[in-house]
Design a protein around this ligand. Structure first.
Ligand code: COI
Length: 354
């Protein structure tokens, strides 16, 4: 049966929307949804091309109870940010990379994905439609959340007959409030991904299983959780929502994206910036022992940007790392955000003008 994704509630009345906008405290943005005015929606039948998408008022969607996403978790999401540059331009960061990653994920989950051009165009349209929600320069970013979900009805396990590509946005600030650095717990009970699974794609179903571990860590005073590889339990893999790097001397190491780790776009950008300033950046297995011997540890992600890790706890062992002005992560954070906010010239061609 044909499925529809229709806004099932009316958009905010203009005055309500204006009032909500006026109440945004740009200085205090965290990482929580602030509904904006519009979202983008396109649909397609399996194996066909996506329709030209539409910008429609932001609101709830109606979906078949029998859809692929609701029953079998057939869905991917992406995350990227648009910034208001010093000169007033609004610039998304490397949207084509998210488009390509969505295509890889769609292949793994047997879904039809939008073309790179449609993805990038959809991002631009959605940001433009919500441009008043892009925070003032230096006060955060507009987080862009593209979703690709199986919305066709599918009772037996199969790929859905219809897909929806949807983008919504929200202004955001810091993902973690801690200004100094994260206090990580190494998880020795749960695993995030295994060889041959979906750890390397941004499948919606990769994220809900980390919540139990995250809540347990938070209830013991940690800021986040670091997962080990499922095969040996000896190597570090990924934090709940972001990639990890360790630093020792001139060598910066990060686990390889060989099947169980998400190929982060911030990870890739930071590796490039690290090499630019003379560090040897290695993608290789990193053991917990090495982690505990590192001088510095930091993590990268769209939401997280670049964040220093202050401590890591493994069983009862707690290690403290370099943070602050002397830390490489502080330097890399500045290099990246200077490009993103248009403070330095973007010689990489990472920022897309709209
Ligand atoms: C992102 O950084 O875009 C993420 O995917 C994090 C998100 C799960 C909160």
């Amino acid at each position: 049966m044909a499925l529809s994704v229709q806004p099932s509630s009316s958009p905010l009345l203009t005055s309500e929307a204006d009032e909500k906008y006026a109440n945004v405290k740009w200085e205090e943005l965290g990482f929580a949804l602030i509904p904006t005015d519009y979202m983008y929606v396109a649909k397609c039948k399996q194996g066909e091309s996506f329709s030209t998408g539409e910008i429609i008022p932001y609101g709830d969607i109606s979906i078949s109870p029998c859809s692929g996403i609701l029953n079998y978790g057939q869905g991917l999401f992406e995350g990227l940010k648009a910034y208001r540059a010093k000169n007033g331009c609004i610039t998304p960061f490397r949207p084509n990379q998210n488009a390509l990653r969505m295509q890889t994920g769609a292949d793994r989950l047997c879904m039809t994905s939008p073309s790179e051009e449609q993805f990038v165009e959809a991002v631009k349209q959605t940001v433009l439609a919500n441009k008043k929600w892009v925070p003032p320069s230096g006060k955060g970013a507009l987080y862009i959340r593209p979703l690709l979900i199986g919305t066709g009805a599918v009772l037996g396990v199969a790929s859905a007959p219809e897909y929806t590509f949807l983008i919504y946005v929200s202004p955001v600030g810091n993902y973690h409030a801690a200004s100094s650095g994260l206090n990580l717990k190494v998880d020795h009970t749960y695993r995030r991904a295994h060889t041959g699974g979906t750890g390397s794609v941004k499948s919606c179903s990769n994220y809900s299983p980390v919540v139990k571990s995250l809540l347990e860590a938070k209830s013991s005073g940690f800021s986040d959780i670091l997962f080990l590889d499922a095969a040996t339990g000896r190597n570090i893999e990924e934090i709940s929502t972001c990639n990890i790097f360790i630093v020792k001397g001139n060598i910066v190491s990060t686990p390889p994206t060989s099947g169980t780790i998400l190929p982060g776009i911030t990870r890739k950008s930071i590796s490039e910036l690290g090499r630019d300033i003379g560090y040897q950046v290695q993608e290789r297995d990193v053991s917990v022992d090495e982690l505990l011997e590192a001088e510095e540890v930091f993590c990268t992600g769209t939401a997280m940007v670049v964040k220093a890790v202050e401590t890591v706890t493994f069983h009862n062992k707690k290690k403290k790392y370099r943070t602050g002005k002397e830390a490489l992560s502080t330097k890399l954070h500045l290099m990246l955000t200077n490009i993103q906010m248009g403070i330095v010239e973007d010689k990489k061609g990472w920022m897309v003008e709209i």
